[in-house]
Write a protein that binds this ligand. Structure first.
Ligand SMILES: [Zn+2]
Length: 350
């Protein structure tokens, strides 16, 4: 049996924590890689100061979570989604897992249990194109990408080993990078684009221009962004130039047939988008990126606790409005947050 299948299985079991061997070609590049990773990395002291402020703000919110804006919620009406003239096949490609206390994923949830979290890509097959939503992780992400975070962010977000690299995740579905027409990112945080390091620079990365500018402009990257996987990648801006769809104010119909419609989920990052799919099993799925980390937040209308939300949500007020828009969706829309382990695994097929 090929090795990648073994790695994928052990990921699904979540028991085998042995690290995959580092590729030989990488060993000689450590110092050069370190230099590139340091370029644009936020400073340690400002990051520590933000962590301390976020921690200090957290206990109060665990007791008294932020309340939904009843007026805003009441104002939300669902515009019709385009009637699809085509459908897509959707396959989740889970690549890594970790666990986070439920109490900080959805503030005010009084539970000591840990929520399993998934990291990975989604494969979308449309009659006219095959593409990924979120080229998430490369195989050696702990060595090759995570050192690009300032201390202590890398410690907070590090997935369990092993990590299934994007090439191996594709190979497990009998696919290679050459079979992809483009990739699309829900946003540009590291854990959604690090797999670009295993794809050729010529593959187009589709994201809104506002997201790309936010991630790449200026001397210092926002917390959560590591620029190295993005450098040199062909960037193809997408404009949310279409009408309101469901409870979202702007949209873009990628193929003009209603099968893949991008919607505005700004807040977690300025250009966060959701991907509304007409799936070939008859369901309507919204890939919601990190607008929420778990559907629990949609159900209860709860934002992440200040730690880690104040670090990773670029605009907390806009992010909370987006959670309320997700809550107000018609019941037949299946929301899949990128890190919602159960929701993702249910779409992983075999
Ligand atoms: Zn993420």
């Amino acid at each position: 049996m090929p090795r990648y299948r073994t790695v994928e299985k052990s990921f699904l079991r979540g028991r085998d924590r042995a690290a995959p061997a580092m590729p030989m070609t990488y060993r000689g590049e450590v110092s050069e890689n370190s230099t590139r990773l340091a370029d644009g990395r936020p400073g340690t002291l400002p990051t520590l100061a933000r962590c301390c402020a976020a921690l200090a703000a957290t206990p109060g919110r665990l007791l008294r979570p932020r309340r939904p804006d009843r007026e805003f919620l009441a104002s939300l009406t669902a515009a019709p989604a385009p009637n699809p003239a085509a459908t897509v096949r959707l396959t989740a490609l889970p690549q890594a897992r970790m666990a986070t206390p439920a109490i900080i994923v959805a503030e005010g949830v009084r539970s000591l249990r840990e929520l399993p979290m998934s990291m990975g890509a989604f494969l979308i097959e449309h009659p006219r194109a095959r593409f990924l939503v979120d080229p998430a992780l490369c195989a050696d992400v702990h060595e090759r990408v995570l050192p690009g975070h300032p201390f202590p962010v890398g410690k907070l977000v590090s997935p369990d080993r092993p990590v299934l690299g994007l090439s191996n995740a594709l190979a497990a579905r009998d696919l290679a990078a050459a079979d992809l027409d483009f990739v699309l990112a829900t946003h540009l945080h590291w854990d959604h684009v690090a797999g670009l390091l295993e794809l050729p620079d010529s593959i187009e990365l589709k994201v809104p221009a506002v997201e790309y500018d936010w991630a790449m402009r200026g001397d210092t990257a926002p917390i959560g962004v590591i620029r190295e996987p993005l450098r040199g990648q062909t960037f193809a801006p997408v404009a949310l130039d279409g009408p309101p769809v469901l409870t979202f104010p702007r949209s873009h119909d990628v193929f003009g047939d209603g099968a893949v419609v991008l919607v505005d989920l700004a807040g977690h990052t300025p250009g966060s988008i959701g991907v509304l799919l007409a799936v070939d099993d008859g369901t309507r799925v919204l890939l919601a990126g990190d607008a929420v980390w778990n559907t629990l937040q949609v159900k209860l209308i709860r934002e992440k606790a200040p730690m880690p939300g104040n670090l990773f949500d670029a605009d907390r007020d806009a992010a909370f409005r987006t959670i309320q828009r997700l809550h107000a969706l018609p019941a037949d829309i299946e929301v899949i947050a990128s890190h919602d382990y159960d929701a993702v695994l249910a779409r992983a097929g075999r």
